[in-house]
Design a protein around this ligand. Structure first.
Ligand code: MLT
Length: 205
């Protein structure tokens, strides 16, 4: 069992979907707690720190260059994260979480969806890109996925996020893809859209 340094905050209302918060490069387990509370105030929050270091900056998997991933490491780390979530679910008594990932955290969440679909109840992927060039055929039937992309994102080309949306919907996910007038950084619109999306997911559960 691989341990991740993490924070856990219990739910304040039974039935709220637990969130798995996954930070971007250089972030840590504290980074997205505020975002999690904004988008789903009553949810349990499980927030691990990425175990890979790039010049001292935590990440969830290794990359060879910006936007060029070490895919063997992506696969290995996604499975590690999946094991951590399974263990944390037992430890804290929570349901399968909805991932809320930003940038590198969104990319590992996308990899987890493709490699181990049962780990997540759904995912909000903020500034995500295609994590694997040759992903396995996943069964994501009915899984809610929100993809929030930035029109002027210098890291994620529009064609790449469109490809990810296609990959996930081809696997059966219910994909809500929005392209915002933003760059790679998050905007207030991301928070509002993610909050509304989580509410719609909750209503369906
Ligand atoms: C990644 O490496 O996952 C992406 O390039 C996003 C980033 O972390 O900058």
């Amino acid at each position: 069992m691989t341990e991740f340094i993490h924070r856990f905050e219990p739910a304040t209302r039974a039935g709220s979907p637990p969130l798995l918060l996954l930070h971007g490069t250089g972030g840590d387990e504290n980074d997205l707690l505020g975002l999690g509370k904004m988008i789903s105030p009553d949810s349990a929050l499980l927030s691990p720190r990425g175990r890979v270091l790039e010049h001292g900056m935590p990440r969830f998997f290794r990359r060879l260059a910006e936007g060029v991933f070490d895919e063997e490491d992506v696969r290995r780390r996604a499975l590690e994260l999946g094991d951590f979530v399974a263990d944390a679910r037992k430890r804290y008594g929570i349901a399968a979480p909805v991932a809320v990932g930003f940038s590198n955290g969104a990319n590992i969440a996308a990899a987890l969806l493709l490699l181990k679909p049962d780990v997540l109840a759904g995912a909000a992927l903020l500034r995500a890109m295609v994590p694997l060039s040759d992903p396995p055929t996943a069964n994501l039937v009915g899984k809610p996925v929100q993809l929030l992309s930035g029109q002027a994102d210098p890291i994620v080309p529009a064609s790449n996020s469109a490809k990810l949306a296609m990959l996930l919907s081809d696997a059966g996910a219910r994909v809500d893809h929005r392209v915002l007038p933003a760059g790679h950084q998050l905007s207030q619109a991301d928070v509002t859209l993610a909050r509304n999306w989580i509410r719609s997911v909750e209503a369906l559960a």
